[in-house]
Design a protein around this ligand. Structure first.
Ligand code: HEM
Length: 541
């Protein structure tokens, strides 16, 4: 046969195969029932529901719609599609059972390479479901577990003692010292350097603001992000923020390496990493400095949220304060509680957990992005949609949490409440709460949060009676608001005033003495370590 005949036959067969495939698909499509869509408020072309979705307290509007449209509904904003889930069972179905393709993250437009799709490798919680996320998640998980097994080397006890001392001597700056305590814990664990806590807290808030819908306008009106740099204030500001933060991470990392090489680095996560640098689980210095910096960063504003709200709930509920204090005094023989006391402190644990239920600090939940088209009970869920597990609504489900608007720690302590679990030596525990998210993206800091809250809130109850402050001019108590907060992704109460009365004069003396001893011991330990290093390496002198 002539070669032209072969070519003609091949063209004919390919065309015929393509036509048959197309025709078969059309027939299959025609036979499909029409798509069922999720309920939801009417969405207008392009803008969706931007006009009536407030930036402030967005979770309240989402909950309002949930009460109308049910446990799962659809809405959109400027082309971004949202599936709002307010039923915990549905969240489990979509984010745990279907985690395989519902565990990506949406792009945070105003954060530089938030998903690490361009190889940034910087923000684990924001990363897309890529190779960097997989290895950094394993890395962070193992470091947090080891630190917990080692009881965080006493760092939490040490920093809580410092905090109680600061509350006793300068009570009015309690919101600063509270956050600074959480920051010092993380900076010590990461670099053995509590002195950088204040700077780092600011850096942490800058990132949180940058990634929140209530942050730069470019998070909502995303096309603005693409304006040329010369006339784009948002991009310029983000470049400064990003470069400063990643430069600082690298500087801390390299400084610790220098100390380590000189034998002068005490234990920290960074030293732990440097010890295995020759067979690293990460790709090198850049990734390591960012992954370590990120663990430290996340642990600041997250833990500070429930701590702030614990103050609010206790000021409003002196009866529960008294119960916590009695429990601690009896179980700890008058000493400040530490982690091993936890099984003996169910009332304290119930008050902490109820605080997190009553005033969740990630009320909208953190979005997962879908990686393929899917159906939920016949309703279409498009690829690229953001599934929002609405924690505010989960924790206000009146069937699981009767009397949801009120602070009722007894729901965790008394049989008969739907959430009661025994034994009380173990339950209630905050680990596993819906607030920590779902499936493959579930929070890695649950144990650290639980432990730090126990030591910090236990210390507070041991040390102080928490009260409303009295206005000296009017003699009236100053109100402590229960709902005023910012509207970032992770929230905290707006600044408020309150009073910290040491429970007795003797307790005040003990608070001061505890810190004096801890501070001296810490200085001695640091000096002894440096001395031993010099003896081992005389060249250091
Ligand atoms: C009250 C305290 C905290 C709350 C409420 C909280 C909540 C959350 C939530 C909702 C997520 C997203 C889960 C999801 O997408 O389904 C998350 C992720 C994460 N959290 Fe936490 N968190 C807290 C404390 C911490 C702490 C103390 C650390 C570490 C020191 C931490 C580290 C992380 C990390 C690394 C991720 C990212 C996981 C991933 O994307 O794979 N968290 N957290």
């Amino acid at each position: 046969m002539h070669w032209i005949t072969y070519v003609a036959a091949a063209v004919f067969l390919t065309g015929w195969a393509a036509y048959s495939f197309y025709a078969a698909r059309r027939v299959a499509k025609d036979r499909q029932p029409p798509r069922k869509y999720l309920p939801g408020p009417k969405n207008y072309p392009f803008i969706g529901r931007v006009h009536d979705l407030p930036i402030k307290f967005m979770w309240l509007k989402f909950k309002e719609w949930a009460d109308i449209y049910g446990g799962i509904y659809y809405t959109s904003m400027f082309g971004s599609e949202f599936i709002i889930v307010s039923d915990e069972g549905i969240a489990e179905e979509l984010l745990v059972k279907k985690a395989k393709y519902n565990s990506d993250r949406p792009m945070m437009r105003s954060v530089t390479d938030s998903k690490s799709s361009e190889g940034g490798m910087e923000y684990l919680p924001l990363m897309g479901k890529n190779q960097y996320w997989a290895r950094q998640r394993r890395f962070v998980h193992s470091y947090l577990m080891e630190a917990s097994n080692a009881h965080y080397r006493g760092i939490m006890d040490h920093e809580v003692k410092r905090w109680l001392y600061r509350l006793a001597v300068e009570p009015d700056s309690f919101m600063f010292s509270l956050e600074d305590m959480a920051s010092k814990v993380m900076c010590t664990l990461t670099w053995d350097d509590p002195t950088v806590s204040e700077y780092y807290t600011k850096s942490a808030w800058a990132l949180l603001t940058q990634m929140s819908p209530a942050g730069p306008i470019t998070n909502l009106i995303t096309p603005l992000w693409h304006l040329p740099l010369a006339i784009n204030p948002w991009k310029k500001a983000e470049k400064i923020r990003h470069d400063e933060q990643s430069g600082w991470w690298m500087a801390k990392y390299l400084h610790t390496r220098k100390l380590h090489e000189a034998g002068l680095a005490r234990p920290s996560w960074t030293r732990q990493y440097l010890e295995i640098e020759k067979r690293p689980p990460l790709s090198g210095d850049k990734e390591a400095s960012a992954a370590l910096g990120m663990i430290a960063l996340v642990g600041i504003f997250t833990v500070a949220g429930p701590l702030n709200y614990f103050l609010v709930s206790m000021v409003h509920h002196p009866e529960w304060q008294a119960k916590c204090q009695k429990e601690i005094d009896e179980a700890c023989n008058g000493k400040m509680p530490t982690l091993p006391d936890s099984p003996k402190l169910p009332i304290l644990r119930a008050c902490i957990k109820e605080t997190m239920r009553w005033r969740p600090n990630v009320p909208t939940g953190v979005a997962h992005e879908t990686e393929q088209d899917d159906y939920w009970r016949g309703h279409f869920i498009p690829k690229g949609a953001r599934i929002l597990p609405l924690d505010w609504a989960f924790l206000r489900n009146p069937v699981k949490y009767p009397d949801p608007e009120n602070f009722r720690p007894e729901r965790w302590l008394e049989p008969g409440w739907p959430t009661y679990q025994s034994p009380l030596t173990v339950y209630p525990m905050v680990k596993g709460m819906s607030s920590f998210g779902y499936g493959q993206r579930a929070c890695l800091g649950q144990t650290l949060t639980q432990d730090e809250l126990l030591v910090a809130c236990g210390g507070l109850m041991w040390a102080f009676d928490l009260k409303k402050k009295v206005d000296p001019a009017t003699g009236r108590e100053i109100d402590v608001p229960t709902t005023a907060s910012n509207s970032l992704l992770i929230i905290k109460p707006d600044p408020f005033q309150m009073a910290f009365h040491p429970r007795t004069e003797a307790r005040r003396a003990e608070i001061l003495q505890n810190w004096k001893e801890a501070d001296e011991r810490d200085m001695l330990e640091r000096r002894a370590f440096a001395k031993a290093a010099v003896l081992e390496h005389p060249s250091l002198i």
